[in-house]
Design a binder for this molecule. Structure first.
Ligand code: ADP
Ligand code: MG
Ligand code: MG
Length: 254
């Protein structure tokens, strides 16, 4: 059994007018075998949470902890966090001109395992993963994210997820900018990952539509840097009807 545990996490970001606190005490526990959805309006700090857990240097942790099976992640480098079993699919994947998808995947896999993957099976695995995400084998020769459509970027994140197969995946708005076919294909990829049974998923979104394809066990409403409400899938259905207004008002009043 594996556990990703976020305890009273406080994070600030450097801005022109000085440091600004974005995360104001986040508490969340994800066990393997569980799919959690974090839902909140734009600007509430969802991506900040994802970046802080993954170790982005722009975000300073001012309090609290993030542990994976008791190991304090906030003291590890980004690479060490990945080796500990963490994966982040970014809301806006970074373009890396000159580094092909194939090279990136191979480098990431090698860094994770401490040895290069076996050439013959690896190429097969890569092509199979591309195929499952509806991408042509020639896709692997393209520069990482350069000139990718929104849908190609998100599919490529799921190719990485499938090949690197972490213990815990944080998926930041993996649904944004997808048409209905791409949304289904990407969701199926996430569901295959989760179906292994001993993997944890933290699915960040502000729309409920992806939850028609990926069924969360737990839903957390995230407003103004903290979780303000928690429940099961019914909470997402509630949000679909009511929106975030009630939670935003309550957060402003507190
Ligand atoms: P979400 O993902 O929920 O839309 P973000 O985590 O992207 O929210 O942003 C939360 C808040 O933090 C926003 O008000 C945003 O403007 C601010 N913020 C995030 N990153 C930075 C940054 N690098 N510089 C300045 N402000 C930032
Ligand atoms: Mg946003
Ligand atoms: Mg975001």
């Amino acid at each position: 059994m594996s556990t990703l545990s976020i305890n009273d996490l406080r994070v600030e970001v450097a801005t022109e007018s000085g440091p600004k606190e974005i995360l104001k005490g986040v508490n969340l526990t994800v066990n393997d075998g569980e799919v959690h959805a974090i839902m909140g309006p734009n600007g509430s700090g969802k991506s900040t949470l994802a970046y802080a857990i993954a170790g982005h240097p722009k975000y300073t942790i001012t309090g609290g902890s993030v542990t994976l099976d008791g190991v304090e992640l906030t003291e590890l480098t980004v690479d060490e966090r990945a080796r500990a079993g963490l994966f982040l699919a970014m809301q806006y994947p970074i373009e890396v001109p000159g580094v092909s998808v194939a090279n990136f995947l191979r480098t990431a896999k090698t860094a994770l395992d401490g040895e290069a993957p076996k050439v013959r099976t690896w190429v097969k695995d890569v092509n199979a993963a591309l195929d499952r995400l509806g991408l042509d084998p020639s896709f692997s020769a393209r520069s990482l994210n350069e000139g990718f459509s929104g849908g190609e970027k998100k599919r490529n994140e799921i190719v990485q997820l499938e090949l690197l197969n972490p213990k815990f995946a944080i998926l930041d708005e993996t649904d944004s900018g997808l048409d209905i076919d791409a949304l289904r294909i990407v969701s199926e990829g996430v569901n295959r990952f989760a179906a292994q049974g001993d993997r944890g998923v933290l699915l960040i979104t502000h729309y409920t539509r992806i939850l028609n394809y990926i069924k969360p066990d737990f839903v957390h409403v995230f407003v103004n840097g903290r979780i303000v409400e928690e429940g099961g899938p019914e909470l997402a259905e509630n949000l679909e009807v009511e929106g975030y207004e009630r939670f935003i008002k309550a957060a402003a009043a507190s």
